[in-house]
Write a protein that binds this ligand. Structure first.
Ligand SMILES: C[S@@+](CC[C@H](N)C(=O)[O-])C[C@H]1O[C@@H](n2cnc3c(N)ncnc32)[C@H](O)[C@@H]1O
Length: 255
């Protein structure tokens, strides 16, 4: 599959909303990163309009992913499409033996490094890579930081919903290769069945398409059977944890 960063560029602004909502919570460093981000990018709340109208359950989802990661005991992590998430920063600050790799598109990754530097020193065990989650080479480069004798956790929060099925397959293939080599788990909210259509959701998807150019509705999994058969093609299985307003899947190689 030919991968071109340009076709993902319009997804970048979707990282504003979760960062804004997390900044209203007790999530470590979330307020700090938001304040630094709006200063650096010159973002004005007045211009964000519909971006911050709905209040999805970003904080609950974030905390549930943290909980699953901490319970797993895994200390080697690769977070794809990490955006302005502060999980890597807090994980590395509280665990000096951890290795945490973040990958996002070049525009975001560059800004993220600058922002974190403004907030203080970037922990030595946190690595922020410019890359594309669909590119196998970017995975290989990132995984060179991991100890091959220890398992890894892959985290993907909030990207898969924007991708076509072909693109979802490419990411899944990349993750499958990593999990086959290192063992471990993929924690993601990206495998969820199509939600009930409400007027509010229709408007949200319409707005999302106007920003990203991507139609979320046609790229949804029909139901859980659809998700199970999609993952089975990669010899993967999943389990899930619910939170108020959604669920997070834990995907593994079927051994
Ligand atoms: C909805 S945001 C989620 C950000 C972050 N995970 C969070 O929860 O705040 C989607 C992110 O995906 C990134 N992205 C889009 N396409 C990508 C790709 N092909 N590879 C890596 N990152 C990508 C965007 O730059 C953006 O930061």
């Amino acid at each position: 599959m030919k991968i071109n960063n340009k076709s993902f560029q319009r997804i970048i602004p979707t990282n504003i909303r979760p960062a804004y909502y997390r900044a209203q919570t007790d999530i470590p460093y979330a307020q700090e990163i938001w304040q630094t981000l709006i200063k650096i990018k010159n973002i004005s709340l007045d211009n964000l309009g519909s971006f911050i109208q709905a209040q999805p359950k970003y904080a609950e989802r974030y905390k549930l992913i943290d909980e699953i990661l901490n319970e797993s005991g895994i200390t080697q992590v690769i977070e794809l499409a990490s955006g302005w998430s502060t999980r890597g920063l807090s994980f590395c600050k509280s665990n000096c033996k951890a290795v945490y790799i973040e990958i996002d598109l070049p525009d975001v990754a560059k800004n993220k490094s600058d922002i974190l530097k403004q907030m203080g020193e970037i922990p030595q065990n946190l690595h922020i890579f410019e890359g594309n989650a669909l590119c196998e080479q970017d995975f290989t480069n990132a995984s060179n930081y991991f100890n091959p004798n220890k398992p890894i956790a892959v985290i993907t929060e909030g990207l898969l919903g924007y991708l076509t099925f072909k693109e979802k397959e490419q990411i899944t293939r990349n993750v499958q290769k990593l999990l086959t080599k290192f063992k471990g788990i993929w924690i993601t909210n990206g495998f969820k069945p199509s939600p009930n259509k409400t007027e509010e959701l229709t408007q949200r998807y319409k707005f999302s398409k106007s920003i990203t150019g991507r139609d979320r509705q046609i790229n949804e999994f029909k139901d859980n059977e659809h998700i199970i058969s999609f993952l089975a093609k990669f010899n993967m299985i999943c389990d899930y944890h619910s939170f108020n307003g959604g669920e997070v899947k834990i995907v593994k190689i079927n051994e």
